[in-house]
Design a protein around this ligand. Structure first.
Ligand code: DC
Length: 223
């Protein structure tokens, strides 16, 4: 079987990373979480005390940052300039600021270039917001995974290790991020014309994974 690429896009909390990881495992493909790359840059900006309004400095910082994504115990390990930042990039502080950093065109240029390189040999399941529309427009399989904001908040709530936010606060945070991601000028979150829409509001994780694998069978030679 020849290798192919899968682009998996959708709003925050739709379950993309879990689905992408399981699909990649089933196919023996590489999973690339592009959100983690935007998170890593955001972590560096915040830890260096660069003001979020200084887009020039942020763009320069992104251009000289070395990000490596590799398989690890949590699915993948994210290294930034040689430091493992896998867990640090999941903080509430990063959640609050990452959409602003991801909206800066030159940050996107740097990361999109890297993402295209990562997928150039095929055999990649890449999740994000603009994979089917801009990073891998020629991906053989494209999925747009969504669910209601309430359902996505409920799933995030169940994953919380310490009760820092109520369900209502989580839902508002999710809606705020959706809005920022959809309304930004460069590569906003939207469904590619040739992507298949999967609404997972009333689907189990297994059902979603099966649906993506069925799509792979339909669109490629994989059996
Ligand atoms: O998937 P996530 O929640 O880890 O993504 C973090 C942020 O990065 C989110 O606000 C949207 C942004 N992002 C993006 O703009 N483009 C991508 N390909 C992936 C994520």
């Amino acid at each position: 079987m020849g290798k192919f690429n899968i682009a998996l896009d959708g709003p925050a909390g739709a379950g993309k990373s879990t689905v992408a990881r399981l699909v990649a495992k089933e196919l023996d493909f590489v999973y690339v979480d592009t959100g983690a790359m935007y998170r890593a840059i955001t972590w560096k900006i915040l830890s260096e005390g660069i003001p979020l309004s200084d887009t020039e400095k942020i763009a320069q910082t992104a251009a000289r940052t070395h990000i490596v994504i590799k398989p690890g115990p949590l699915g993948q390990t994210v290294e930034l300039d040689g430091t493992d930042v896998t867990e640090r990039i999941r903080s509430t502080e990063i959640n609050q600021h990452v959409s602003h950093v991801a909206a800066i065109p030159r940050v996107r240029e740097v990361l999109v270039h890297l993402q295209k390189q990562m997928a150039s040999s095929k055999g990649v399941v890449m999740d994000g917001r603009d994979i089917g529309t801009s990073v891998l427009p020629d991906a053989e399989v494209k999925v747009y995974l969504t669910a209601s904001a309430r359902r996505r908040a409920e799933r995030r709530f169940q994953e919380l290790t310490e009760p820092g936010m109520t369900l209502e606060e989580l839902e508002r945070d999710i809606e705020r991020r959706d809005q920022l991601d959809r309304e930004r000028k460069v590569s906003p979150l939207r469904q590619a014309e040739d992507a298949i829409l999967l609404d997972s509001t009333d689907m189990s994780l297994e059902q979603v994974v099966h649906a993506v694998l069925d799509l792979c069978r339909m669109k490629t030679e994989w059996r």
